[in-house]
Design a protein around this ligand. Structure first.
Ligand SMILES: *[C@@H]1O[C@H](CO)[C@@H](O)[C@H](O)[C@H]1NC(C)=O
Ligand SMILES: *[C@@H]1O[C@H](CO)[C@@H](O)[C@H](O)[C@H]1NC(C)=O
Ligand SMILES: *[C@@H]1O[C@H](CO)[C@@H](O)[C@H](O)[C@H]1NC(C)=O
Ligand SMILES: *[C@@H]1O[C@H](CO)[C@@H](O)[C@H](O)[C@H]1NC(C)=O
Ligand SMILES: *[C@@H]1O[C@H](CO)[C@@H](O)[C@H](O)[C@H]1NC(C)=O
Ligand SMILES: *[C@@H]1O[C@H](CO)[C@@H](O)[C@H](O)[C@H]1NC(C)=O
Ligand SMILES: *[C@@H]1O[C@H](CO)[C@@H](O)[C@H](O)[C@H]1NC(C)=O
Ligand SMILES: *[C@@H]1O[C@H](CO)[C@@H](O)[C@H](O)[C@H]1NC(C)=O
Ligand SMILES: *[C@@H]1O[C@H](CO)[C@@H](O)[C@H](O)[C@H]1NC(C)=O
Ligand SMILES: *[C@@H]1O[C@H](CO)[C@@H](O)[C@H](O)[C@H]1NC(C)=O
Ligand SMILES: *[C@@H]1O[C@H](CO)[C@@H](O)[C@H](O)[C@H]1NC(C)=O
Length: 834
């Protein structure tokens, strides 16, 4: 956020308040006979904006505009951003030639507006935040000789425009600050509208495109889905014709303060803020996730953030570079299976798409979709077509004349895209002549799963061959490594600093959370964990949240806590609980999670009453599958490799649709992408879910998570806890019992009776089989999560035979649920949000 002076350099605030003594008679006007010194300001008529000088951390002066009475100071415009006046002060005056100039203390200009022919120029600061130069004799309202709205810096205010004047060939765009909140000089990021083809915005770091907004679809940029929900409080205006392309917005209620900025935080981000209850709240923003990065899946590849891997090829296409694709680098894109033959080609409809790059397209705003389709069919270089405007059933025609680049799926919205395919690739269902190539993306995905399945099997086989070699060389360095790992791990908790500085910390006001939870009343309490209590809360906007209030003795420093929050916030997957933000005040630390209607899976699965009948087989299978997907994301698909270390049924939360979400990253560790295991002297986690190598030697890896996952699978199927399994054979725990029954061919007898008859035997047996594979004693025998997903989703009968499970004998461990309560434990404290 644009906080010019944070509490970190609060001493500057003192400097500022010392220098900014506002003249007692605040004025909105500067005439030719006046000057504005560094300690004076102009105040707009209704006191909404201030023009004055602010200083950066090198105490240089900049002329800027900021909101009046908003703390922290929020600067919306800077005149001399790349040419500051040094700390010996300077002043602003209206020059003889009708411009206005900023001079340093020795009278040299640091910045000047352009010459005008005005005889009596005056400078006004308007209530909109626009600084305008007028001729004092000119009484018309909007006749400005110069206005700051024509020279945007990084902020778009209501009424301000960015885009192109195509008649003059001039352009306006946003350029980020060098360092957000610290250095206002022009940064590396720009957000520019490209008018070629169908206009859309491009975010660049230096010259490299990092993100594309997608074309305007009548309501919003098709690549910023969150923008749709913005429209209650404001109106977006995007217009384009042969004279120009303009984007602007206005607020419906003028008392609402709203601004759009291009932030240099988060690797360059479009952000819209609104001032609510004393703080800037971030509404829509982009890029948001992995799929937003320009061209992640190349040409003809489609990125889906909820899929794993995120890239897939459109039906009828295959990866261009299979090797890179297997390593989850999709940027080379896809190529056609069958070449096109103009006369016989068909069209495939893809739903919920962010439209591909529109630089090389043909556009006609008045054509209907049908006309568009037949034009595209006739023109052999047309590769795809779509509506331009999605309102009122859709209108307009956009036709792609080359490769389809940078496509995303946005499950909740997005629009239809019709892609040209060779008739052979379209599949049999579309042979009906009246249905021009209509196939849902779901079918595409099924086909892809098959293809990817084959790919993954080959990949795994190769990997397995390699891994034996890797183990041997790993042993050579073993004694040295375990020492190193312990050193690394003491700062290798999630609180690691790697690349964390550029991520924004979503801060909530602690008072807001106190209010939302009714002052942490007992009625709102959802539960208690080792590190504090969880409360249900409701924000003013009505959103339900779960607030985890950490006990003051959690032993974690502010910096570690912040870094951890920044990491977890980055994790976004439908099977992970979303962390919405946190608050830090004095020694109070709180975490804000999305609220889960159905609480923890344990509260249903292990419930003695009848509520567990809610969990029929289909639900249980979906829960197993969802957990597997979430875990795969942690292990392979997020920016880091993350080992959860405390997977257990009570850490699986269910939302209103019974979709499982993994929670509690309190003991999680980040690995480097090429790191495969680590060792710790402090074994934390929960008995019954810990793998042998971890519980006994402190070795953990993705495979120790796989073990815990296997235990959960068997618990979900049997409805029994591993540790508390009681049977005639008292020596065996759940794992031991399942193993015994598996050998006797009676595994199905262990199925939770409350499932009833709703199951398919083969599916249950396969899940038990997979569970047993995951809990095998030796880590190297256990499958990775990606092969677990494959096993779960395919009907292939040829799963390997499981070997002996680890920890199949009941142990006489103390009955504590969790061993992590040791007081000087430095473990971090993301606990569950129930
Ligand atoms: C503003 O600064 C100038 C010189 O820097 C000084 O002479 C003047 O007294 C200051 N005015 C106020 C109101 O502080
Ligand atoms: C201005 O900057 C110079 C060098 O950076 C420093 O020595 C001097 O004290 C500063 N003066 C003020 C008034 O901050
Ligand atoms: C206008 O006047 C200012 C100072 O009075 C000067 O710095 C600037 O160069 C002049 N601009 C032109 C175009 O003459
Ligand atoms: C004012 O600006 C001129 C030209 O940029 C520079 O040479 C001079 O040192 C500056 N004066 C002061 C006091 O900073
Ligand atoms: C002055 O005019 C030039 C050319 O029209 C333009 O590029 C520049 O941005 C203008 N600068 C200001 C401060 O108005
Ligand atoms: C962008 O360009 C600037 C100046 O050429 C350079 O200093 C900076 O490192 C570049 N940034 C990136 C991210 O490449
Ligand atoms: C939208 O912007 C265009 C061009 O900037 C302007 O002419 C038009 O009046 C605006 N429409 C609305 C509804 O604000
Ligand atoms: C000040 O004027 C602006 C523009 O006319 C308006 O949007 C805003 O609501 C006004 N603010 C106050 C505090 O009256
Ligand atoms: C295209 O299809 C037509 C009709 O099936 C066929 O006659 C022609 O040979 C095909 N052309 C190519 C280049 O395959
Ligand atoms: C757009 O399509 C309409 C309807 O087909 C047609 O009348 C018009 O001439 C087309 N405009 C252009 C620029 O091609
Ligand atoms: C296809 O349409 C584009 C855009 O109208 C045109 O430039 C191109 O010549 C057409 N190609 C053919 C083969 O008709």
């Amino acid at each position: 956020m644009r906080v010019f002076f944070t509490y970190l350099n609060y001493h500057f605030i003192f400097v500022i308040s010392f220098f900014f003594v506002t003249p007692s008679t605040a004025s909105d006007t500067l005439t030719a006979t006046q000057i504005l010194t560094t300690n004076q300001t102009l105040l707009s008529q209704n006191r909404s904006f201030v023009l004055g000088f602010f200083r950066d951390s090198n105490t240089n002066y900049y002329l800027g505009i900021w909101y009046n009475n908003i703390s922290p100071q929020t600067i919306v415009w800077t005149a001399n951003r790349d040419n500051p006046i040094d700390n010996s002060s300077g002043y602003l005056k209206i020059g003889d030639n009708g411009s206005f100039v900023l001079l340093n203390s020795s009278g040299n200009p640091a910045w000047s507006s352009n010459q005008t022919n005005s005889k009596n120029p005056v400078l006004h600061l308007l209530d909109t935040g626009n600084l305008v130069l007028k001729d004092s004799s000119d009484k018309t309202n909007n006749n400005y000789l110069w206005q700051s709205f024509d020279y945007p810096t990084d902020t778009l205010l209501p009424g301000m425009k960015v885009g192109w004047n195509l008649d003059t060939g001039t352009e306006k765009h946003l350029t980020s600050w060098k360092v957000e909140g610290e250095d206002p000089s022009s940064g590396d990021y720009t957000l520019k509208i490209d008018y070629h083809g169908l206009p859309e915005g491009f975010l660049r770091r230096n010259q490299t495109i990092t993100y594309r907004t997608g074309p305007w679809n009548g309501e919003r940029f098709s690549g910023i889905p969150g923008m749709k929900d913005d429209t209650n409080d404001l109106k977006y205006n995007f217009t384009y014709d042969e004279h120009g392309v303009w984007f602007s917005f206005s607020v419906t209620d003028p008392s609402l303060l709203s601004r759009i900025i291009l932030s240099s935080d988060s690797d360059g981000q479009y952000q819209r803020y609104m001032w609510i209850q004393g703080r800037w709240n971030k509404f829509s923003y982009a890029p948001k996730d992995q799929c937003d990065f320009y061209g992640v899946c190349g040409s003809y590849g489609v990125c889906d953030n909820n899929a794993s891997p995120v890239c897939s090829c459109i039906q009828g296409f295959r990866p261009k570079n299979q090797e890179a694709w297997n390593l989850r680098d999709g940027s080379d894109g896809c190529v056609r299976n069958t070449g096109l033959n103009c006369s016989t080609d068909k069209f495939l409809r893809l739903e919920h798409m962010k439209l591909p790059d529109t630089t090389n397209v043909f556009v006609n705003k008045s054509m209907t979709l049908d006309e568009c389709g037949s034009l595209c069919k006739r023109n052999c270089s047309c590769t795809a077509y779509a509506n331009i405007d999605i309102r009122n059933g859709g209108s307009g025609c956009v036709m792609w004349l080359g490769q389809l680049f940078d496509m995303n799926v946005h499950r909740t919205d997005g629009q239809d895209l019709y892609v040209r395919l060779a008739a052979a690739d379209i599949g049999s269902t579309s042979s009906n002549k009246n249905h021009r190539a209509v196939l849902a993306i779901g079918i595409t995905v099924c086909a892809l799963v098959l293809v990817l399945g084959l790919v993954a099997v080959c990949y795994l086989r190769k990997k397995r061959q390699q891994s034996s070699r890797a183990t041997i060389s790993g042993f050579v360095h073993r004694s040295h490594d375990s020492l190193m790992n312990e050193v690394v791990s003491s700062r290798g908790y999630l609180g690691d600093e790697r690349n964390m500085d550029d991520i924004e910390l979503p801060l909530f006001d602690c008072d807001t959370l106190t209010m939302a939870t009714n002052n942490f009343s007992q009625d709102n309490k959802l539960g208690e964990g080792g590190f504090g209590s969880v409360y249900m809360g409701r924000l003013i906007e009505g959103q339900k949240i779960a607030v985890k209030r950490l006990s003051k003795y959690s032993g974690q420093g502010i910096e570690e806590f912040k870094n951890e929050v920044k990491l977890i916030v980055k994790l976004q997957h439908r099977n992970l609980v979303r962390l919405l933000g946190c608050c830090i005040e004095n020694d109070e630390k709180m975490l804000v999670y999305e609220y889960m209607e159905n609480r923890g899976l344990d509260s249903i699965l292990f419930d003695k009453s009848e509520s567990r009948v809610l969990l029929d087989w289909e639900r249980r299978f979906n829960i197993i599958y969802g957990i597997a997907r979430g875990l795969l994301y942690l292990h392979q698909d997020s920016r880091f490799r993350i080992i959860h270390r405390d997977l257990k049924i009570s850490n699986i939360l269910l939302d209103s649709e019974m979709i499982p979400k993994i929670s509690d990253f309190g003991m999680a560790r980040i690995f480097d992408k090429d790191q495969t295991q680590a060792k710790t002297l402090r074994v934390v986690g929960t008995y019954g879910y810990m793998s042998p190598e971890y519980a006994m030697d402190g070795n953990f890896s993705v495979k120790s998570d796989v073990f815990s996952f296997g235990v959960m699978v068997l618990e979900i199927i049997t409805g029994k806890k591993n540790r508390e399994f009681y049977s005639d054979n008292d020596e065996l725990n759940l794992l031991g019992n399942v193993w015994r029954h598996w050998h006797e061919g009676t595994a199905l007898t262990l199925l939770d009776p409350s499932i009833g008859n709703s199951y398919t035997e083969a599916e249950v047996v396969r899940c038990i089989h997979i569970g047993l594979l995951c809990v095998q004693e030796h880590a190297e025998d256990r499958p990775t999560m990606s092969s677990v997903i494959l096993m779960l989703s395919s009907e292939t009968p040829s799963l390997p035979n499981p070997k002996t499970p680890g920890f199949s004998i009941k142990k006489n461990h103390p009955k504590t649920e969790s061993s992590s309560s040791s007081v000087n434990q430095v473990t971090v404290t993301m606990l569950d949000a129930r």
